[in-house]
Each structure stands twice: as C-alpha cells, then as structure tokens.
Write a protein that binds this ligand. Structure first.
Ligand SMILES: C/C(=C\CNc1ncnc2c1ncn2[C@@H]1O[C@H](COP(=O)(O)O)[C@@H](O)[C@H]1O)CO
Length: 251
C-alpha cells in the first residue's frame, strides 16, 4: 500500500492522535520537573502526571497483548535495518499482534509502517522533545506523552513481549529497563527478543564475559534475552511464550 497522505490516512484508518500538534516547547515538561529551581511547584505537578497516566490508560484500555518494538530514531528508509523493521512490523501484524513503538522516525517508523501495510493495528507512543517532531504517519493510534516514565509504563503494561532492533542510548535504556523488570520478576512470562546478531552479539559477549564473569548478574539472567536474525523466529518466540500462558495475559 503506498503511503496515504495524512488527511486521507486519518479519515480512512480512523486514527486517534492525542496531543500531536502542540507547539514545540522551549522547555519540556520533563525538563521542568527535573529542574530543582521549581521544587516549590512540584507537589502540583503530580496532578499533571496523574492526568497523563489517566489519558494513557484511557486511550490504551482496549489494547491487549501488543508487542512493543524499540529501535533507533536515526535510521533512514531504504537501508537494511529499516527494511528489517518494516518486515518485523508486517510479520507481527500478520500474526495478529497490535504493534507499539515510540512513534518517532527511523526504525520506529519502519515498524509502524510494516504493521500498517500488513493491515495490523499500529500504535505510536511519542514523547515531547525540545525540538519539533511529529508522530510518524504510520500510526493508527498516536499519543504524545510529556513524561518519559509515564510513557514507559504504557510500553510494558499493554505489551506481552518486547523486540529490540538496533539502536542507541534510547533503545538500550528501554532494553535494560525491561530486562530489569523481568530479572526482578516485576513482570513474568515476558520474552525480550533482540533482532540482529551482528549488532547485539558484542553486547551479549560483554554481558557474559564481564557481568557474569565478575558476578554482577547470574548466568541464568543472560537467558532472559533471545537473539536472532530471523523475523519469523522472533514472532515464533513470542507465540510460544503466549502458548505457555494458555493464551492468557498472566502478568
Ligand atoms: C534523535 C531523533 C529523534 C528523536 N525522536 C524520538 N521520538 C520518539 N522516541 C524516541 C526518540 N528518540 C528516542 N526515542 C526512544 O528511544 C528509542 C530510540 O532511541 P535511540 O537512541 O535512537 O536508540 C526508541 O525506541 C524510542 O522509544 C532524530 O530525528
């Protein structure tokens, strides 16, 4: 399916976009929260944070068993990793999973695009940034969050698995947060698949050779990550985990 222009897409796919077209802020809400000069006003910020949770829960309430995919914001279309992301989005949608990303450019866009082209449900959870950025055009449901930590809750709460494509600090942050939640059994039965052995292999070598070797993590912790080059394998790993749960979400 060729890309539809924004208006056509919105009316055709019935997309909902929440807080997308806000002006680019000179200072983000996250920045104000973290600035100590504003501490006297912090108690009142709780109401704003609360409202963002309410909005997220409200808009995502009908989503269940999604697969969240993380990956670089910087990879251009028509590159091997972009094509991999697009293939992944398509395969996940084909297997019936709603697909959730950070709603931005790069591999987030690739995955949303693949899901959309395959006729699946494509969700983008964007983040307010200090520079202008819209949600990519391939989301059916797009929500722009002000607070990173609220958005992160949504990524876990409405997903049954994570897939990580290659990426930088943002992707690594999201990967290790998920990994810690599984390691500490805050969430269980939650597969984390790393797609791309050439990219992820050296990280796993370091985890085994340094973290396990020096006792910072246990050997079993490494098994919480599953690495593959195959999109079909990634989808199968998620399917097997779901089967073990009897098709239910036991988290
Ligand atoms: C830097 C650029 C765009 C930033 N825009 C983002 N929009 C939405 N989500 C983002 C963005 N940047 C990071 N993220 C989150 O982190 C992951 C990607 O970060 P990485 O450092 O590129 O690996 C991704 O999964 C998002 O959830 C360029 O235009």
């Amino acid at each position: 399916m060729p890309p539809l222009d924004r208006d056509t897409r919105l009316s055709y796919r019935g997309a909902a976009r929440i807080r997308e077209d806000q002006d680019t802020p000179t200072q983000t809400t996250d920045q104000r929260l973290l600035r100590s000069a504003d501490s006297a006003r912090d108690p009142w910020r709780v109401l704003r944070i609360q409202s963002e949770f309410v909005e997220g829960f409200d808009n995502l309430a009908t989503v269940s068993g999604a697969v969240t995919v993380f990956g670089s914001a910087r990879i251009a279309p028509d590159t091997p990793y972009y094509d991999l992301g697009r293939e992944l989005g398509g395969a996940l949608a084909g297997a019936g999973y709603p697909v959730m990303t950070g709603g931005g450019p790069g591999l987030m866009e690739a995955v949303n695009r693949g899901a959309c082209e395959a006729g699946g449900y494509s969700i983008g959870l964007g983040i307010e940034l200090p520079f202008e950025q819209n949600l990519n055009q391939w989301v059916d449901l797009g929500i722009n969050f002000r607070y990173f930590f609220v958005r992160k809750t949504m990524f876990v709460k409405y997903a049954q698995a994570f897939v990580c494509l290659p990426g930088g600090f943002g992707t690594l942050d999201e990967l290790f947060e998920a990994l810690t939640l599984v390691q500490t059994r805050k969430v269980t039965q939650f597969p984390i698949v790393l797609l791309g052995t050439e990219f992820w292999g050296p990280l796993l070598d370091w985890v085994r050779g340094t973290l396990v070797e020096q006792g910072f993590v246990s050997p079993a912790d490494v098994d919480l990550l599953q690495v593959t080059d195959s999109v079909a394998d990634a989808v199968a790993i998620i399917g097997q985990s779901r089967q073990r749960q009897g098709g239910e979400d036991h988290r």
